[in-house]
Design a protein around this ligand. Structure first.
Ligand SMILES: NC(=O)c1ccc[n+]([C@@H]2O[C@H](COP(=O)([O-])OP(=O)(O)OC[C@H]3O[C@@H](n4cnc5c(N)ncnc54)[C@H](OP(=O)(O)O)[C@@H]3O)[C@@H](O)[C@H]2O)c1
Length: 230
C-alpha cells in the first residue's frame, strides 16, 4: 500500500495523454506535488503541477531531473512512443531507439530515483505497459512493451527489500494522441488513471485496465495463435 495523501509524485510524459490523467488523478487523491515532464515542458496553471524537462533516452537528461527533484514518493514511468510498420519494415536502429525510449527509459528513471524512494520509506514505481506486452502483431512497439513487462517484474523483486511497491499497468486502446487516428473503441484515460490510484492504495502489483487486456492475459495459457490481434 502506498500513501498518496501528501505524496510527491513524478509522472514522466505527464503533460498530455495518459500522463496528464495520472497527474490529475493523483492530485485528486491528495498528492501534494506532481512533477510532470515533457521534452519541451509547457507552463501549468495549477501550482501543484511542476513541469520539468525530460528525454528518457538521454542519461544526462535523467541525471538533471534527479538533481531537480530531490524528494519523490511515487514514480510513474508513463512516457512512451511508437513507430509504424512491422519488425521487417524498420531498420534495426529504429527498433533499437524505440526499445531505448520505452524500456531503458523506464530503467534509467527507476535507477535514478530508487535511492530517493528508499530514503523516503519505500513508495512506489508504476510502469505503463500495454495489452501489446502479450498480444502479437504490434511490431517493435509490442517488443518494447513485452520487455518492459519483464523489466517491471524483475524490478519488483529488486525493490521489494526497500519496501517499494511496483505496479505494472496493462491497457488497450486509450483516447490519447498516440491512437488519435484510429477509429476504434477507446478507454477514457481518466478511468485508467483511477484504476492505478486504486492499485496504489490497495498495494496491488498489476492493473488490467479493460476487457481486452483481461482477455489476452488469460489467453497466455492457451495456444500461441490465440495471442494474435484480430
Ligand atoms: N493510448 C493508448 O492506446 C495506449 C495503450 C497502451 C499503452 N499506452 C502507453 O501509455 C503511455 C502514455 O501514452 P499516451 O497514450 O498518453 O501517448 P501520447 O499521447 O503519445 O503521449 C506520450 C507521452 O510520452 C512522452 N514521451 C514520448 N517519447 C518520449 C521521450 N523520448 N522522452 C520523454 N518523454 C517522451 C510524451 O512527452 P512529450 O510531451 O515530450 O511529447 C508524452 O507525454 C505510453 O507508455 C504508451 O505506450 C498507450
Amino acid at each position: 500500500m502506498t500513501e498518496i495523501k501528501g505524496a510527491r509524485v513524478l509522472v514522466t510524459g505527464g503533460q498530455r495523454g495518459l500522463g496528464k490523467a495520472f497527474a490529475a488523478a493523483l492530485l485528486e487523491a491528495g498528492a501534494e506535488t506532481v512533477y510532470v515532464t515533457a521534452r519541451r515542458p509547457r507552463p501549468e496553471t495549477d501550482p501543484r503541477l511542476v513541469p520539468l524537462a525530460l528525454e528518457v533516452g538521454d542519461d544526462a537528461s535523467v541525471a538533471r531531473l534527479a538533481e531537480q527533484v530531490p524528494d519523490v514518493d511515487i514514480v510513474v514511468n508513463n512516457a512512451g512512443a511508437t513507430i509504424p510498420n512491422g519488425l521487417l519494415g524498420n531498420d534495426v536502429a529504429e527498433v533499437a531507439h524505440l526499445l531505448d525510449v520505452n524500456v531503458l527509459g523506464a530503467l534509467r528513471v527507476t535507477q535514478a530515483f530508487a535511492p530517493v524512494l528508499a530514503r523516503r520509506g519505500g513508495g512506489a514505481v508504476v510502469n505503463v505497459h500495454s495489452v501489446l506486452s502479450w498480444a502479437s502483431g504490434a511490431g517493435a512497439y509490442g517488443v518494447s512493451k513485452a520487455a518492459l513487462w519483464s523489466l517491471t517484474n524483475s524490478l519488483r523483486h529488486e525493490l521489494a527489500s526497500q519496501g517499494t511497491q511496483v505496479v505494472g499497468v496493462h491497457l488497450g486502446y486509450t483516447d490519447t494522441d498516440m491512437v488519435r487516428a484510429l477509429d476504434v473503441p477507446k478507454n477514457d484515460p481518466r478511468d485508467v488513471a483511477a484504476q492505478v490510484v486504486e492499485a496504489l492504495l490497495k498495494g496491488e502489483s498489476e492493473v488490467l485496465a479493460d476487457e481486452v487486456t483481461r482477455h489476452f492475459k488469460a489467453a497466455l495459457s492457451g495456444p500461441v495463435e490465440g495471442l494474435a490481434v484480430a
